[in-house]
Design a protein around this ligand. Structure first.
Ligand code: A2P
Length: 343
């Protein structure tokens, strides 16, 4: 059986570390794992399956030198912009976790539970894009309902954890909480977020666009249609919340015809990598604290609208570093191996 040389670009970051943990957990046809990061981390070590691996510096030539066949990028958009073409040029398939290539026509944007067939387009540029964390868990949950009831519109409010901004963003929340208990929160600095995040909510993720929506909100709009291959109206309000890990979303979905909450629940229970937790009488529903380190999207609070029979509401939660980033990237790699590997 063929095995692969896999590079993890951004191996010391929040998503990179999670990718490496997933490769430890699953049965992937791995020949060699090569952790790559900046010169700041090069020479340091990570432990993988009980052995030390030396972190190498990301350079233009490293993919060629290391004979890399699969390169997973999670080191920021500018790093992908500069280095992903070198990985592709060296013959690797790039699975890019940043937004840099997502909306380019010749780059497939893939959630394996929704549009695995798009992986075949990887040959255009040698690049497959991993969608935004909030989009991934949403389209996974929308797909079985769209197949059954024909989705027209989604109104979504997100409650996004600080880890979406990387390790330093998580540290900012922790530091501010410590400062709160030391009565110095008012003087606590904020760098990753536009305001204090501890004991607060910030209804702004990324910059504002001319239309009044933020860039994060517009990513949910454009990525959803690209992945689902149909024009779906999406209105998003993305909010940063003082949670370390796990994005939550409140969805209001409008379908072409009447929809029943019971039928929707049954369909979601059968859907791949979805777990329904929906027992309100016992106060059982998905919450971020319970989704950490999990590779599934959790769905609950499924209920019909009070006024319109074609409208349904639900609440979904997933580990943004896993489902929203690392797990989806690794699942793309698995699917790529299944579809294209060895060819
Ligand atoms: P390093 O630790 O060497 O700075 P996070 O998303 O948690 O903030 O992590 C970002 C990841 O991207 C880290 O692994 C970081 O490596 C890596 N990174 C950032 N800038 C570069 C760069 N210019 N070249 C290579 N890796 C980079």
């Amino acid at each position: 059986m063929k095995t692969y040389n896999v590079a993890v670009v951004g191996a010391t970051g929040a998503v990179g570390e999670e990718i490496i943990r997933i490769f430890e957990e699953i049965d992937f046809p791995l020949n060699r794992l090569v952790p790559l990061a900046s010169s700041r981390s090069a020479g340091g070590k990570i432990t993988f399956k009980g052995k030390d691996l030396v972190i190498k510096e990301l350079t233009e030539t490293v993919f060629d030198e290391e004979n890399i066949e699969i390169a997973l990028f999670s080191a920021g958009g500018s790093v992908s912009a500069k280095f992903a073409p070198f990985a592709a040029e060296a013959g690797a398939v790039v699975i890019d976790n940043t937004s840099h290539f997502r909306m380019e026509d010749d780059v497939p944007l893939v959630v394996p539970e929704v549009n695995p067939e798009d992986i075949a387009q990887w040959r255009n540029r040698g690049i497959i894009a991993n969608p935004n964390c909030s989009t991934i868990q949403m389209v996974q949950s929308l797909k079985p309902l769209d197949d059954a009831f024909d989705l027209i519109r989604v109104d979504v409010a997100t409650y996004q954890a600080t880890s979406g901004g990387g390790k330093t963003a998580m540290e900012e929340l922790v530091t501010q909480m410590k400062d709160f208990f030391n009565f110095t929160l008012n003087d606590s600095p904020h760098v990753k977020f536009p305001h204090q995040i501890a004991l607060n909510l910030i209804p702004q993720i990324d910059v504002f666009m001319d239309n009044g929506f933020t860039k994060e909100e517009m990513k949910m709009v454009s990525e959803t249609s690209k992945i689902m291959h149909k024009n779906i109206e999406v209105a998003a309000t993305c909010v940063r919340v003082p949670v370390l890990r796990g994005h939550s979303e409140s969805l209001t979905m409008t379908f072409d015809s009447a929809v029943s909450a019971d039928e929707a629940r049954t369909l979601l229970e059968k859907a791949p990598n979805i777990i329904v937790i929906d027992n309100p009488q016992k106060s059982q529903y998905p919450m971020p604290a319970n989704c950490v380190d999990q590779n599934e999207t959790f769905v609950g609070r499924i209920r019909n609208d009070l006024y319109r029979e074609e409208v349904l509401h639900m609440w979904i939660v997933a580990d943004n570093l896993r489902v929203g980033a690392a797990t989806n990237a690794v699942r793309i790699a698995q699917k790529w191996v299944e579809m294209e590997g060895g060819s």
